[in-house]
Design a protein around this ligand. Structure first.
Ligand SMILES: Cc1cc2nc3c(=O)[nH]c(=O)nc-3n(C[C@H](O)[C@H](O)[C@H](O)COP(=O)(O)OP(=O)(O)OC[C@H]3O[C@@H](n4cnc5c(N)ncnc54)[C@H](O)[C@@H]3O)c2cc1C
Length: 568
């Protein structure tokens, strides 16, 4: 698959050119990060959180630009790997053209953000010009953003039936991808609309085969009866499966794995050997299903503030209080629950511990269980605009007794609940990026097919320039997001990549909002109808920037803070 677009210059030289342009943009970001650091260092030489809050806007823009530029770097690597894999030829490969376009857009976007308040970013006119106004950069951005190039790519993509650039996966992962893609198309997609519109629980026809295929044990080592080869990480495998299932439905398939992923990571990080032996084999085969109860009515992003009360009694703990947004909390037989075991004011996150709270499983929108061990746990599903299929519950703990054996980490785990939450969520971010990629692919396929079918003013929609430009940008953004996610997954397999996982989560989730919006827009009035899948894709995509690290919290407290702290 190749495009006859860049024959005048060798594609590999063009990629080197792109790299140098992207590098300049990165340099400007580094300069700015150092500048903000200099403004926010307190007398003891440490970064001051309250000072940093005075620079939220620039911090957010730096975080988002860093994510986009990191994605551009990934695209340069991807283009190089494509040529290595496919061999030399005169014309540019589709993947190389997409990489060039994406780099041009990322640099242009970064330029616009920084130019709006150049002085606040601490960039002198000269520094800004060196980064963004050299002939090299200006020509590159103009060339790869020109309408004719976008139209050519749009036309090319229109002929591909929703197929996009090469996924560049090894054979094992490709087989995995294809089998879950088939499952999503044949089993999930036909049921997804019904589940969404009638707000139903995911049926057994989806749940059972996913359990049988081992999806719940993807992050659980073989020695605990999971699928993970002992001693090895396989984030990429989890990413590929999540993406394909999310293409079928975000809520009724792709997000199912998130819960065992979070629980197993928390258990592996903090559980005693006995707890791992007991729980991990059960979670791997969804016996029982599990859910995560961290968020409270008054505390979401601010995990350290959680206050669900756990009081020590003979043989265990008694839990009282409320959790909210506990997704799949009805169907689940065990809830990973963060509670305050030490009420001493001022202890903050150090007063939190993690419990595994057992309860009976149920399918409806409400539950109330008098527990054998003592106490009552009840829940009510929160009506939501999308993300339907698992139901997200308000959960109430009324004198719920939890034995000592269910305190994560045992005695040694006391006060470490916050860290176990973070360990659990470390895989959640990259997985959410994969979820965003799956939703984008689904929306993109619909946008392509509708552009081919629909006639307006006597011509098919796909003949118009504006439609073609949209399709080209969709292909470019989605490919960048996918390849960025894969590259971070590979990094995480080597035990690295935590910061990159936050960057890609931020980038992929925002991208999915734009892409699903445009796919919906291409459908005109039909896009607004409940019966078209694109309306669901758009609504579902909206939630991705809210959970697993709300966009602003992630950008400010995790990404910007760390980038600024580590700036030269
Ligand atoms: C459909 C759905 C499913 C969910 N499933 C689960 C689940 O299974 N388990 C679970 O525990 N939770 C779950 N959640 C909860 C989710 O993780 C929280 O909604 C999220 O952490 C945000 O918390 P919050 O809603 O309390 O928002 P808040 O923390 O109140 O934040 C409100 C807004 O303020 C922004 N903000 C935060 N800090 C700052 C700051 N310093 N400066 C500027 N802006 C800031 C946030 O980004 C956000 O936009 C789910 C949520 C939804 C919507």
């Amino acid at each position: 698959m190749s495009l006859d677009m860049s024959s005048s210059q060798k594609a590999s030289d063009l990629i080197s050119h792109a790299r140098s342009v992207v590098e300049q943009a990165q340099h400007a970001l580094n300069t700015s990060l150092s500048y903000i650091k200099s403004l926010c260092i307190n007398e003891s030489g440490r970064l001051s959180g309250s000072k940093l809050d005075e620079y939220q806007l620039v911090s957010y823009e730096l975080a988002y630009s860093s994510a986009e530029i990191a994605a551009a770097n990934t695209m340069c690597n991807y283009a190089t790997q494509i040529r290595e894999a496919k061999g030399d030829q005169d014309n540019a490969y589709l993947e190389e053209e997409i990489a060039l376009m994406f780099c041009a857009e990322a640099v242009q976007n970064t330029r616009s953000r920084l130019s709006a308040r150049q002085n606040e970013f601490g960039l002198s006119t000269e520094q800004f010009s060196t980064a963004f106004e050299t002939d090299n950069t200006v020509k590159f951005c103009q060339e790869y953003q020109q309408t004719s190039k976008l139209v050519e790519l749009g036309n090319f993509m229109l002929d591909q039936d929703g197929r996009t650039a090469d996924y560049l996966l090894d054979e094992d992962k490709e087989i995995m991808r294809e089998s879950f893609q088939r499952f999503a198309s044949d089993v999930v997609m036909p049921k997804a609309e019904h589940i969404h519109r009638d707000d139903l629980m995911i049926p057994d026809e989806i749940l059972k085969p996913l359990v049988e295929m081992g999806c719940f044990g993807l992050s659980i080592p073989e020695k605990y009866d999971g699928l993970l080869v002992d001693g090895k990480e396989d984030n990429l495998g989890m990413i590929v499966v999540t993406e394909e299932l999310s293409r079928g439905s975000l809520a009724a398939a792709g997000s199912l794995i998130t819960r065992p992923e979070i629980l197993s990571r928390a258990l592996l990080a903090g559980g005693t050997e006995e707890q791992k032996q007991h729980w991990l084999p059960k979670l791997a085969w969804a016996e029982p299903f599990c859910a995560v109860a961290i968020t409270e009515p008054d505390f979401g992003s601010d995990v350290a503030g959680m206050k669900l009360k756990a009081e020590k009694v003979d043989g265990g703990w008694v839990l009282n209080g409320a959790k909210t947004w506990c997704t799949f909390g009805g169907k689940a037989g065990v809830l990973l629950t963060l509670a305050r075991t030490n009420p001493e004011p001022g202890l903050g996150h150090k007063g939190l511990s993690m419990f595994l709270v057992e309860k009976p499983s149920s399918d409806g929108h409400e539950f109330r269980h008098e527990l054998e061990r003592g106490g009552v746990i009840s829940g009510k599903a929160i009506p939501t605009i999308g993300y339907r299929g698992m139901h997200s519950f308000d959960v109430f703990f009324d004198n719920v007794f939890v034995p000592d054996s269910h305190l994560l980490g045992g005695e040694a785990g006391l006060g470490k609940g916050f860290y176990y939450t973070m360990a659990g969520f470390s895989g959640g971010r990259i997985q959410t990026a994969a979820r965003a990629n799956g939703v984008m692919q689904a929306a993109y396929e619909k946008a392509i097919s509708y552009s081919k079918e629909r006639k307006v003013f006597g011509q098919r929609l796909g003949n118009y320039q504006l439609t073609l430009v949209k399709l080209a940008r969709m292909a470019s953004l989605m490919t960048a997001s996918r390849q960025f996610t894969y590259s971070v997954g590979r990094l995480m397999d080597e035990g690295k990549g935590q910061m990159e996982a936050s960057l890609v989560k931020l980038f992929a989730c925002k991208s999915s909002e734009w892409l699903t919006r445009e796919a919906m827009q291409i459908h005109g009035g039909m896009g607004y109808a409940e019966e078209s899948a694109v309306s669901r894709y758009w609504i579902d995509a909206r939630v991705l920037s809210i959970f697993e690290g709300a966009e602003e919290t992630l950008a400010l407290k995790v990404i910007a803070r760390s980038l600024i702290e580590n700036a030269a």
